[in-house]
Design a protein around this ligand. Sequence first.
Ligand code: UD1
Ligand code: CA
Length: 434
Amino acid sequence: MNKDEISIVILAAGKGSRMKSPKAKVLHTVSGKPMLYHIIKSSSKISNDITVVIAHQKEDVQKQMSSYFDNINFVVQDAKNFPGTGGAMKNISIKNEKVLVLNGDMPLITTDSLQGFLNNDNEIIMSIFDLQNPDGYGRVIIKDDKVQRIIEQKDASSQELHVSTVNAGIYAFNKSVLDKYIPLLSNDNAQQEYYLTDIISMARADGLNIAPLLVDEENFKGVNSKKDLADSEEIMQDRIKTKLMNDGVIMQLPSTIYIEEGVTFEGECIVENGCRLTGDTLIQNSHVKAGSVIEDSIVKNSNVGPLAHIRPASYIEDSHIGNFVEVKKSSLKGVKAGHLSYIGDAQIDKGTNIGAGVITCNYDGIKKYKTIIGKNVFVGSDSQLVAPVTIEDDVMIAAGTTVTDNKIEKGSLAISRTKMRTIKDFYYKFFGKK
Ligand code: UD1
Ligand code: CA
């Protein structure tokens, strides 16, 4: 089937009370992107007609998804009068005869696993798997190899609770099935909600074909709690890092490394244990040493860390950034900053050395200002550069200097110091012994 023959509906209107969070469930992130983002991404590879049903925090959900994807139809559920996954399916218009319905809390779903629903022309295909602990899922009652109905946990008898076959939460319907049964759903159940899952027993009674599709637990994992979220994160991280290693990135103790979806690598790169790389970071031919954090930045032909923090919008090329160095929104080309520094809103050129303990004082309490440093500058240890300031090429800044001039001219020495004194035998006078 091609992308113009399949419609996809993603249910993302629920509150997600079990998450115990003020944030809409589908906006909780896995590897840096909202759960809903991951589902839409997998869906958009098989369909051009994607509808997302929203209600709880609808503005936020719509705004965030629109920043990632074009051409998503958003439909607002009347959650007050028609709560539940069946209520979410009311009033949506679908273009195609084949419709996949997905829960919005399944961030691990892959395009391949969705494809499994399309090789089969039954009127209803529903995903199932067997769980040792089926807690939280709808139980699937199968008799004589035929799916009879889905019973939600809260409505299940103690006997039904022992059923280990559960509804994985993704279905393929013929459009005519939805058109017929959605209006017939009732809310006569423990939660007084309209359950999409009630379609199954109604369709069975009418003799429709319901094909169970056995799916794997990992891809179809639903996220209802923060523990589920953490479990999904581990699986997603494993996928991301496995792919990167297969593409040639060297990782030491990968289980201790966190890399968000969207981080890219080029050339030969090494990432040591305990690193965290986020956002749209690009690492090219570089070595990121233990315990470093790099956020939304570009690092080329450089060493970073151990224990360095590269904050968003930094560009680092041909440079060495050592331990306890924090860089923010700065461009460093051919620079050495080996130890204990804060470099913020700065632009630093080739051959420049930033001594230990150097700080760009970029903020006066109201505004941020830039520090511009030219080529071959030697910034002595423990200097403060009070921005805005421009330091031209070939300048020396003496250790311990507070640079308050706005400009240091090419070739100069800048030094600010109180004169040093040595008082002979002071120690012995003070402690009264020799
Ligand atoms: C649902 C299924 C259950 C299945 C499980 C698989 C129903 C009634 N139950 O249960 O059989 O085992 O998924 O993960 O469908 N939503 C709306 N509007 C609402 C309520 C929910 O859009 O009014 C959305 C949610 O945002 C969520 C999805 O539907 O993305 C599923 O809702 P959730 O409450 O998590 O359903 P489960 O109880 O997990
Ligand atoms: Ca769920």
